[in-house]
Ligand binder design. Sequence first.
Ligand SMILES: [Fe+2]
Length: 426
Amino acid sequence: MIIQNINKTLIAAIFPLFIFTGNPDYEAIEPSGQPELVHLSIASKKTVRSSPSMTVTWCTSPTKGRQYVKYGSTPDLELGSGGKRKESDNGLIWTSVLKNLENNTKYFYKCGSDASGWSPLYSFVTEPEYNSTTSFRTGIFGDTQNNANNEEFQKTRHIAGLMQTYSPAFTLHMGDIVDNGSDAASWKGFLSVTQELNAAVPLMPVPGNHDVENKPGDNFQSPFPAYYDLFNLPGNEVNYSFTYKNVRFIAVFSGAAEAASKTGQVRYQPGSPEYVWLDKELSMAEADKDVLWIVVFMHYPLNSFGWSNIKLWKESLLPLIEKHRVDLCLAGHRHVYERHLQMKNGIPVPSDSNNTYTSGKGTVFITLGTAGGNPTETGGKEMPSMVFTPDEKMYSFGIMDISNESITLRVFSQDNIMTDWVTIHK
Ligand SMILES: [Fe+2]
């Protein structure tokens, strides 16, 4: 209640323009700042027990004056938060972090200003209490890049629409968000076709090789500026972790691993700052009794074949993942769906079923890079770790239900037909 009162005081201070129409500061402004490309991301929190926060990001054309988020647990939008302004190749980008939210609560919001116009009314639901028995659901997709047959992100639009029908709490994106990260318009294209999903469901991506500079040089393996401008993520935004309910999600940045393997610059080599960071992150997650599950996601798969099997990437990172209690390791890059055996220290974990596993015995590895990028081939059936890959090339997405007792990941085709499933039990 105290927080709400503070916010009401704040809104009175920063929203005089809502109350006093004809404010001289705004009389000369043309209505060019209409918000677009609205999307959410989960803001970091200190512990499992901290209150949820939500980051709202949106774009406008150049416009004077401030922009805001009006929000609340009813469509009256009784609270407010100012937007932080940034100029970019995509026009103005605005960000606002909504803090100290209540758990398991539906919030309505819109962003913009009286002078420039407001976005439609959107809503999102915050995470359940960390110790509740309520389950939650995430969507998983990757490789939405706008290459052949997906030039206008038409396949991605279809997949995102299907994902939204399952009402996930947030989505994980495995990278290769766009085909050419230096093209600012592509990023807008992706956020445009996925806006209805992203404005209701936080988007948590990790960069792929198409989202970063692939050519050796000073910026080699650095994400293009649009990534940092548009995706306001925890930490350094490429290697980061966040907690949702009682699950720790860790994003691992694989850079341009294939090109980097030719110059010895593969990330996560033992002793590197990233390697040390991840080792520590995983150790902390394991030691936290409130964290029931650990999910790691990255762009380059650790189990792959042919051109996508980057030896140094695998040799560097796989032992670190398998050393810790990682339940699930998700990846993209290869435009296939592949599910691999639960593994521990390089050895498959015995199981009575090809679809069910027990937590704590090893890590289940999945590649799911099929949300728009051209599916030019089928999965690597010849790999000894392979459990399932479809016989046909396909677009697909994942829906993952997480409870205190189990994780179940289902994979659906572009025709919304379940193709495969796997459950990890406690
Ligand atoms: Fe890729």
